[in-house]
Design a protein around this ligand. Structure first.
Ligand code: HEM
Length: 446
């Protein structure tokens, strides 16, 4: 069965339907309302406004890489990426300056690591509910207990950030929290965009193939409804963005660094593109990043081989239906096997789909491929809301990294990588690499 056929279904829900429901687990009207209110927060305009915040953290990250380079020792770059993505999401999400790039004892980083160090046990309630629908009630209670236990520290931090914004209204800035607070206060009883229809979203997914999402303003029908998030809802979504922003993006970057180190020719091609586009000391702007095609291809190929959240996309049938001859009764849960789609020679060969080859993502080859063949961010109305944010952050980081350094493998690099499934799939022992400084005279023609 192909994913496009089942993108109309909604995700399996194991969360209780209250204010503590994260968007990823919400269903029906609750999900629609959350998605409608929060969608504009991730529009390309808002991303552009947030880019300078990301740039600041990427600058600190590159400074810390200077030290790594001077030390001339192999190091696990996954850990350093975690510091970066925590700082970025704390800054863009909550307006907090936590300096987790320089200080790996930051309480924010510790709280994030605590959640993600928990193994696959976090996913068990979801699997139990999938396999034994009659036990969904038990799975919900279990899920709620796990969420409260593991997320306590994150929730406290999110709550403190919200309170400080309330206490000091002058501290407004363009970040996810402010955008959600504005939605809470400004849009009451006003006209807000309705959730995307399924057909809108199929075309969005085709945009997703090229890293684009429709802005809510341009593509959605409008209805009058109340758009008000409660403080508790904001807290819940903030903490879930914090976790999503920290873990998925740092792991995606770690896998990309592995391919930089083990595919020198691809790294060289990326460096040539970066040399052509990036002038000056600071990180490239949002617009410059958007023009860099090889960077886009490199990252997409890395995410094809390593879709870090492969169990993300799952749906429960709202109606009985038959898809390509397979009967799906109402209430049945369906999960998408992203790995088998991403490794299918019918969509990805030649060369052998197990080989890292960014050239698979040239515009011509994308045009010939099924739009649902690349699914690291899922598909349909429930695709990843943070996709654009994650891609921008990862691209900015990779561009700055290879502009100054070459990432190299060494005897400590695990080749091939061994993976471990926690809440996401990660390299079991991190990604150990060395950095060497590049001496490049940049003749920029942009
Ligand atoms: C490389 C980075 C990331 C990857 C690979 C990733 C992957 C995914 C996947 C596979 C899904 C499920 C999609 C589906 O069911 O069709 C998802 C959903 C989601 N992601 Fe991400 N994600 C990433 C980054 C982020 C970031 C940075 C944020 C927020 C700041 C975020 C927030 C969410 C949310 C809220 C949902 C649920 C959407 C809904 O149910 O409507 N993600 N993500």
């Amino acid at each position: 069965m192909f994913w496009g056929e089942i993108a109309y279904l909604i995700p399996n829900s194991i969360d209780t339907e209250d204010e503590e429901t994260q968007m990823v687990f919400a269903k029906g009207k609750r999900w629609k309302r959350l998605r409608v209110i929060i969608n504009p927060t991730f529009s390309s305009l808002k991303m552009k406004q947030m880019a300078p915040l990301i740039q600041e953290s990427v600058n600190s990250f590159i400074e810390s890489m200077e030290k790594r380079c001077q030390e001339e020792k192999p190091f696990d770059i996954h850990g350093d990426f975690q510091g970066l993505t925590t700082e970025v999401i704390a800054s863009c999400g909550f307006g907090l300056e936590i300096n987790s790039v320089r200080d790996n004892t930051s309480p924010f980083l510790a709280a994030c690591r605590k959640v993600f160090s928990t193994s696959l046990v976090m996913m068990w309630p979801m699997f139990i509910s999938d396999l034994f629908p009659s036990l969904t009630g038990l799975a919900k209670v279990w899920n709620k207990y796990l969420m409260r236990k593991t997320r306590h520290d994150i929730n406290v931090l999110a709550s403190a950030a919200i309170q400080s914004r309330f206490n000091d209204p002058k501290s407004r800035r363009v970040d996810l929290l402010q955008l959600m607070l504005d939605a809470k206060t400004d849009n009451l009883d006003s006209t807000v965009p309705q959730a995307m229809t399924d057909s809108d979203v199929i075309s969005t997914q085709q945009g997703g193939e090229t890293g684009q999402q429709n802005d809510s303003s341009s593509s959605q029908r409008r209805v009058t409804q109340k758009a008000k998030l409660t403080e508790k809802e904001i807290q819940t979504q903030c903490s879930s963005f914090l976790l999503a922003g920290y873990e998925t993006t740092s792991t995606a970057l770690a896998y990309a660094a592995y391919h930089l180190a083990t595919s020198p020719e691809a790294q060289k091609a990326l460096q040539e593109e970066v040399d052509q586009y990036c002038i000056g000391e600071g990180p490239p702007s949002y617009d410059t990043i958007s023009k860099m095609q090889y960077l886009d291809m490199f990252l997409k190929e890395s995410l094809r081989l390593h879709p870090v959240a492969p169990v993300g996309p799952g749906r429960t049938a709202q109606e009985s239906s038959t898809v390509m001859g397979v009967h799906i009764p109402k209430g049945m849960s369906v999960r998408c096997n992203i790995y088998s789609i991403h490794m299918d020679p019918e969509h990805w060969g030649p060369p052998d789909p197990s080989v890292f080859c960014p050239e698979r993502f040239t515009a011509e080859r994308i045009a010939k491929r099924h739009p649902m063949a690349w699914l690291p961010f899922g598909a349909g109305p429930r695709n990843c809301i943070g996709m654009r944010f994650a891609l921008m952050e990862a691209k900015m980081t990779l561009a700055c990294l290879v502009k100054k350094f070459s990432v190299e493998s060494c005897s400590e690099t695990q080749i091939p990588l061994v993976h471990v499934a926690k809440s996401t799939v990660q390299p079991e022992k991190g990604v150990t690499v060395r950095l060497t400084r590049r001496n490049v005279v940049v003749n920029n023609t942009e």
